[in-house]
Write a protein that binds this ligand. Structure first.
Ligand code: AKG
Ligand code: FE2
Length: 893
């Protein structure tokens, strides 16, 4: 009897010793409901993440997404070389990016530990042989399921670990690594789909049939009572048989050491992941205050990025819950305790997490992986100045800044951090904001900067180089605010929207503006616009003005310009001084040599939708207007001749028509001399038709030709052209009608250049250290001959070459007995004179056989540029009567 009692009780005892199993067996559910639930969740995830669903898919996300359009846009943008609006690329601050780096690294560690822990669990849970041997029964369905769950655990931790490592490649570098970003999204997607499947299965095991807490407690009490009853029965039995009653029930078994370590490892990994998911949630919440603000949600991509944030946030919060719950289990297991409620909570949270955390990266897969498939390696723009989001160019950054400003003003939900960030940004870059008006339309135009480029590109491809397209492109463009030349601005204004495309000169450097590089298609469209109307016109730069009511001024252009007015505006005629003009401009202050109160004759010309050729060196101004007025001024930068071949080529590639070398000969200008202006004699009007040179050969910039070839050909042909030229060069500032008088005062430039090349070669051949002596005398003779040839060259060349020659004779550089000292200065001169590349290469070899340092030459070049710039600045100053620092309207960035 006792035996049978004991036999029965032993089973009960087993249940008491293994409460996990007891609860599980007690808590078994009908699995059907659970499976249907898990299947439905999986299905939802799948539908939400299908790669190319139609519009129906959009409606599943509450009309937030039109994925097919989104993809179209992304492909277009990717092909155009434009950045795709990637999630996880923009953060509210660089610090937020740093937090994500810490999060990614910590998650990588947690996941690697997770892989180890899961493998260890697999060795236990899937060791069916041992189970059969110890339990002496076949494997149950639950045991098979538990084994599958732990295998899922290995897969999940591997995929998500790889995702975290890939993500950290970007987050810790502070910029987007395109392939790593793609890999991070792919791994996050796969890993979280596995989380969904794994936790649905695990919840089936861990969650009791009747999950009401009191029911479970009730059962625990029942079990305890059974245990006590059993103890009493045993005691009675022992007493009846005169046995001592102590230590009858075996003590709690000692926890095996490796179990303790395993629990510690799981506890650490779970806590690590729980904490990092909380950190990540914080960053996503902060980022969402920007990404999901009303002003940011312009198009489908913005909505997608916001949706990714929100869905991702739900995912990270669920994951944080899951890992806290798992930790509460694994950490107490260190001391041999366990809590099934936590296991169930963890697995249920895991189901949520699996859905959200797989949908979020799936929504980012296309954006991140299209670029990677196009072979892009890395986005270099670092996260240094806060949000970059869909726009990460410098210009985009400025736009983002305006948005942030608007956000700070408007949104009471903006976080404190965003406000501080924006205020700091505003303070630092107050003058660089690209949009004058804060109207929604303009902000929108600013935001969708990439659209301007897309539109410009498609207009060019479809041959729609038309005014209305250009106007739209300009509206979409983010034209920066410029604070230079304040005197030209209307009263009370400290900045106007204007930007230069193409060549510009600043501090002696002649380069392409950054705006040209950021807006290549817009630039090409604008250059094509003038070329289709005025094909022979040479120009190196375009001044784009938006609502710029220029006060009376003169520009320091090389020759005449073309101007075109666009937009929806009234008034805004351009006044151009002309001695024969019918109108009068009363000057309220002295300008360009005209005294205050002077009545300058000229004409008011309506340039709206019209081309006007005018000479910016004559006084001009813009009449007040209402509405949005854009003006495009096509002109030639006066320092164009100093641009390097590379810069020239870049100009050509953008569609500018670089002036030929013969234009080094100053185009007959029409600027009034300071003296005549001072005496308020009206400036003689430029004879624009005749002034403009239309050479027969324009090989440099003839669009389709390879610019490198064109350049070389042009150098050769230039000599021929120069010879064929009828008019001689003139000095800057003389009216054209005086040109004939100058005819004999300057030599023909083609001859002068040829002669100078010859004399330079002659000097190059001199041996200043020749045997028998006389070398230095030969040097002096050849140098004198070269100097006299140089005198006949156009002004800028003359100045530049003389500076180099002076440096070559400087006692610091000249060493008659060392070959290569003074010769080093000659190849740059030949380069200025336009010799061919092979000739130049040969000259470089001959000039510096000992490979002496070129630093003195570079120094001289810098000096020459400075001198040129200074001479230009003087000109500008006299033009405008303004400070030396000021540059002309057309010449600023
Ligand atoms: O917008 C205009 O009509 C004139 C612009 C101008 O003079 C300039 O940009 O220098
Ligand atoms: Fe101007």
């Amino acid at each position: 009897m006792v035996g049978s009692t004991l036999a029965v009780d032993a089973e009960e005892l087993h249940m008491l010793e293994c409460p996990d199993e007891a609860l599980q067996v007690q808590g078994r559910r009908s699995r059907l409901g659970f499976r249907i639930g898990a299947a439905l969740l999986g299905l939802t995830a799948l539908v939400l993440t299908m790669p190319f669903p139609g519009t129906a898919h959009g409606s599943l996300l509450g009309g937030m997404l039109d994925v097919s359009r989104m993809r179209e846009l992304e492909v277009e943008m990717a092909k155009a070389g434009l950045p795709l609006p990637l999630e996880q690329k923009s953060h509210i601050s660089p610090e937020a990016g740093n937090v994500l780096c810490v999060v990614d690294v910590a998650q990588s560690i947690g996941r690697i530990m997770g892989v180890g822990n899961s493998i260890k669990s697999v060795t236990v849970n899937c060791d069916f042989k041992s189970i059969v041997k110890v339990q002496r029964r076949p494997i149950t369905q639950d045991e098979r399921q538990r084994c599958a769950v732990t295998i899922f655990g290995v897969m999940v931790n591997t995929a998500l670990g790889m995702g975290a490592i890939s993500s950290s490649v970007s987050t810790c570098a502070g910029s987007v690594n395109v392939p790593a970003n793609c890999a991070a999204n792919v791994n996050a997607f796969i890993g979280n789909v596995l989380v969904l499947a794994g936790t649905a299965m695990a919840a089936d095991l861990s969650c009791p049939l009747d999950p009401l807490p009191d029911r479970i407690e009730e059962r625990q009490i029942e079990l305890q009572e059974a245990r006590d009853d059993l103890q009493r029965e045993i005691n009675k039995f022992l007493i009846r048989n005169n046995q001592p009653v102590t230590n009858v029930l075996p003590p709690d078994p000692a926890i095996p050491k490796d179990e303790v370590f395993h629990s510690i490892s799981r506890c650490v990994a779970h806590l690590d992941l729980a904490v990092t998911f909380v950190m990540k949630s914080g960053v996503i919440i902060a980022d969402s205050t920007l990404d999901c603000s009303e002003e940011e949600l312009i198009d489908e991509d913005d909505k997608r990025v916001c949706a990714i944030n929100i869905i991702g946030l739900m995912g990270t919060l669920s994951l944080a819950t899951r890992f806290f719950a798992l930790a509460s289990n694994s950490c107490v297991q260190i001391v041999g305790q366990t809590t099934h409620r936590a296991g169930c909570a963890a697995d249920t949270a895991g189901i949520n997490a699996g859905v959200y955390a797989s949908v979020a990266p799936a929504m980012n897969l296309q954006a991140s992986c299209i670029e990677a498939s196009l072979g892009r390696k890395r986005r270099v723009s670092p996260w240094t100045t806060g949000k970059k989001g869909p726009m990460h160019t410098e210009r985009g950054e400025r736009c983002a800044c305006v948005f942030r400003a608007a956000l700070v003003q408007k949104s009471s939900h903006a976080s404190y951090l965003a406000r501080v960030q924006a205020v700091m940004f505003l303070r630092d870059r107050a003058n660089e904001f690209p949009v004058v008006s804060t109207s929604q339309d303009e902000l929108r135009a600013c935001h969708v900067n990439a659209r301007a480029e897309n539109l410009a590109k498609s207009a060019l491809e479809n041959h729609h180089v038309e005014e209305h397209v250009i106007c739209e492109v300009l509206r979409l463009c983010c034209i920066p605010l410029s604070t230079t030349r304040r005197k030209l601005m209307p009263a009370g204004k400290k900045s106007v929207q204007k930007v230069v495309l193409g060549l510009y000169s600043r501090a002696g450097r002649v380069e392409i503006t950054s705006f040209t590089k950021t807006c290549p298609w817009t630039t090409k469209l604008l250059t094509a616009f003038v070329q289709q109307k005025h094909p022979g016109f040479f120009f190196t730069s375009i001044q784009v003005n938006c609502n710029n009511k220029c006060a009376p001024h003169t520009d320091r252009n090389h020759s005449t310009s073309f101007i075109f007015g666009l937009g929806d505006y009234k008034g805004g005629e351009l006044f151009v001084a002309d001695p024969n003009g019918a109108d009068r401009l009363l000057l309220s202050k002295a300008v360009s040599g005209y005294p205050k109160g002077a009545e300058v004759p000229g004409d008011y010309v309506n340039i709206k939708s019209k081309w006007l050729e005018f000479d910016g060196r004559n006084l001009h101004t813009v009449k007040p207007f209402k509405g949005v007025r854009f003006s495009l001024v096509y002109y030639t930068c006066p320092e164009y001749a100093q641009a390097s071949p590379k810069v020239r080529m870049a100009c050509c590639e953008s569609g500018f028509k670089y002036p030929l070398l013969q234009q080094l000969v100053r185009d007959p200008g029409s600027r009034e001399s300071a003296a005549s202006a001072a005496s308020a004699v009206p400036v003689p009007k430029a004879k624009t038709e005749r002034q403009r040179r239309r050479p027969q050969n324009d090989a440099i910039c003839r669009g389709s030709a390879d610019p490198a070839d064109s350049m070389k050909k042009t150098v050769k042909k230039t000599y021929a052209l120069l010879k064929a030229k009828t008019g001689p060069p003139r000095k800057r500032g003389r009216p054209r009608k005086e040109a004939p008088r100058c005819q004999n005062s300057l030599a023909d430039p083609a001859d002068s250049m040829k002669k100078t090349v010859k004399k330079t070669y002659a000097l190059l051949k001199v041996n200043s250290n020749q045997k028998g002596g006389g070398g230095t005398a030969n040097f002096r003779k050849a140098m004198a001959a070269l100097r006299s040839a140089v005198k006949k060259l156009p002004e800028e060349l003359h100045l530049h070459i003389l500076t180099l020659l002076d440096a070559s004779e400087d006692k610091e550089n000249f060493e008659a007995k060392t070959s290569g000292t003074w010769r080093r200065f000659l190849p740059p001169i030949l380069e200025l004179l336009g010799v061919t590349d092979p000739e130049l290469e040969q000259a470089k070899k001959d000039a510096n056989p000992r490979d002496l340092s070129m630093e003195p030459v570079k120094k001289a070049q810098r000096k020459a540029r400075k001198r040129l710039a200074a001479s230009g600045a003087e000109q500008s100053e006299s033009d405008e009567g303004t400070s030396k620092k000021r540059r002309r309207c057309n010449d600023e960035l």
